[in-house]
Design a protein around this ligand. Structure first.
Ligand SMILES: Cc1cc2nc3c(=O)[nH]c(=O)nc-3n(C[C@H](O)[C@H](O)[C@H](O)COP(=O)(O)OP(=O)(O)OC[C@H]3O[C@@H](n4cnc5c(N)ncnc54)[C@H](O)[C@@H]3O)c2cc1C
Length: 401
């Protein structure tokens, strides 16, 4: 699409951000006959990758994804969770359900989500940033945008903010809620090759080697994996950086220490509770911009996609009915909350409790669980298992039971 300085484009639905949730919202809005545009500030959708690339595959039917071959890199049999002193809890595929499944090529994945949106008729513009909201009588009616030095306006009946963790769109619309440092995980990750870990499992390491978070190894092939670590922002005292925690973890791991880092990424995820608000007049938020990352795992893709489908369908309906005021858009909130909110809250509360555990407690809990026949990774099951072996530990968690 050729753009000139000062142009004005008109769309029914404008999506800001061409990540997986933006493309998916665009896909479902275009499918339901809304004239849809997705703008992405980077020059290439999906790149550079800032992700551990671990996702389940339990959502494919819900999102109507038929072909995963473009982006699944490796199927995973299960997860191993390691306590500080080395107890191992193995959770195999049929038990873990939502939480393990595959390691993907995230850049290919994001491009595939965009492809599916384009097939439904959504337009895309890359290297195009939203730089501000256009409002009339307080209602969002479009955005100011910039593409390679040219400034222009995009008018839309509904704007969808899918601009990720650092969402500016939410701030501009006054929807933004500050996240507490304890609810932000700061992450550092290497792609490592020449390593020796079981490539059929994802590996999670708990305890003070990653204060308030965990270290992960997500295998991409027999000798290559994403090796990363997240630390609770409030536990960073300026003395040890997430990179240094990760370097220490690698130096202490005999399967990793002789490997080579071939790329590195830093980033943050919110592990907060569901937000108070995700809509305002003429605008709604999806994905990381709306804080639907799982508070325990820090994984945000699957929740974001489920929510984005709801957002896209809803936006098209709202446009067709000519109802884009905040009161009407609150119905979108009701829909996504109905689908996701219970689990988000439950996992948030579990995360808050997990933050209280020291290394000794992690050892006892993982030891207790490794004896159990886990049919479901549910908070209740976990607590019951721990109660049997270490009743003294369960005091902290009584309210959750
Ligand atoms: C280190 C790390 C590891 C992670 N590992 C995992 C994992 O293993 N599994 C998992 O499920 N999740 C993981 N996550 C979280 C996951 O990456 C996010 O939940 C996911 O990317 C959310 O998708 P999104 O579309 O909402 O946002 P994003 O993927 O962040 O996409 C937002 C897009 O908006 C664009 N944008 C921003 N501002 C503008 C603007 N003004 N104009 C136009 N475009 C704009 C950005 O360039 C970006 O492309 C990880 C996160 C980090 C930081």
């Amino acid at each position: 699409m050729n753009i000139d300085q000062g142009d004005t484009l008109e769309y029914d639905v404008l999506v800001i951000g061409g990540g997986p949730t933006g493309s998916t919202a665009g896909r479902f809005s275009a499918r339901h006959n809304a004239k849809t545009l997705v703008i992405e500030k980077r020059q290439e959708i999906g790149s550079p990758v800032r992700c551990g690339e671990g996702i389940s595959l339990s959502w494919l039917e819900e999102l109507e994804i038929k072909d995963i071959s473009p982006w699944v890199r490796r199927y995973i049999r299960g997860a191993r969770i390691y306590s500080p002193s080395g107890h191992v809890l193995e959770i195999i595929e049929d038990i873990a359900g939502d939480e393990v499944g595959s390691v993907i090529e995230r850049d290919m994945f994001d491009k595939d989500m965009a492809r599916l949106a384009a097939i439904e008729g959504a337009d895309f513009m890359v290297k195009t940033a939203a730089t501000g909201l256009l409002k009339e009588n307080g209602k969002v009616v479009g955005v100011k945008a910039k593409q390679m030095g040219k400034e222009f306006n995009i008018m839309a009946d509904i704007v969808i903010g899918a601009d990720g963790f650092e969402s500016q769109v939410g701030r501009w619309a006054g929807i933004y809620e500050a996240i507490k440092p304890k609810d932000i995980m700061t992450c550092f990750q290497y792609r490592m090759t020449g390593i020796d870990v079981d490539p059929d499992f994802t590996h999670f390491y708990m305890g003070t080697r990653a204060p308030g978070g965990y270290a992960w190894i997500f295998p991409k092939d027999e000798v290559t994996a994403n090796v990363g670590l997240g630390v609770q922002l409030s536990r960073l005292n300026g003395e040890v950086t997430p990179k240094e925690y990760l370097d220490q973890f690698i130096a202490g791991h005999k399967g990793l220490r002789n490997g080579e880092a071939i790329d590195m990424v830093a980033g943050a995820v919110s592990v907060t509770h569901p937000p108070e608000r995700t809509v305002a007049d003429g605008i709604l938020l999806v994905g990381d911009a709306s804080r639907v990352v799982d508070p325990i795992t820090g994984g945000g893709i699957v929740n974001g996609l489920k929510q984005a489908k709801i957002a896209g369908e809803f936006a098209a309906k709202a446009v067709s009915e000519g109802k884009t005021d905040v009161e009407y858009l609150k119905k979108y909130e009701k829909l996504w909350r109905h689908r996701l909110e219970d689990k988000l809250w439950r996992n948030y509360m579990a995360k808050e409790k997990a933050m209280l555990l020291d290394d000794v407690m992690y050892d006892k809990i993982i030891d207790a669980l490794s004896d159990m026949d886990l049919r479901k990774v549910r908070v209740e099951t976990i607590l019951e298992g721990v109660r049997k072996k270490y009743p003294e530990l369960i005091k902290e968690f009584e309210d959750m039971m």
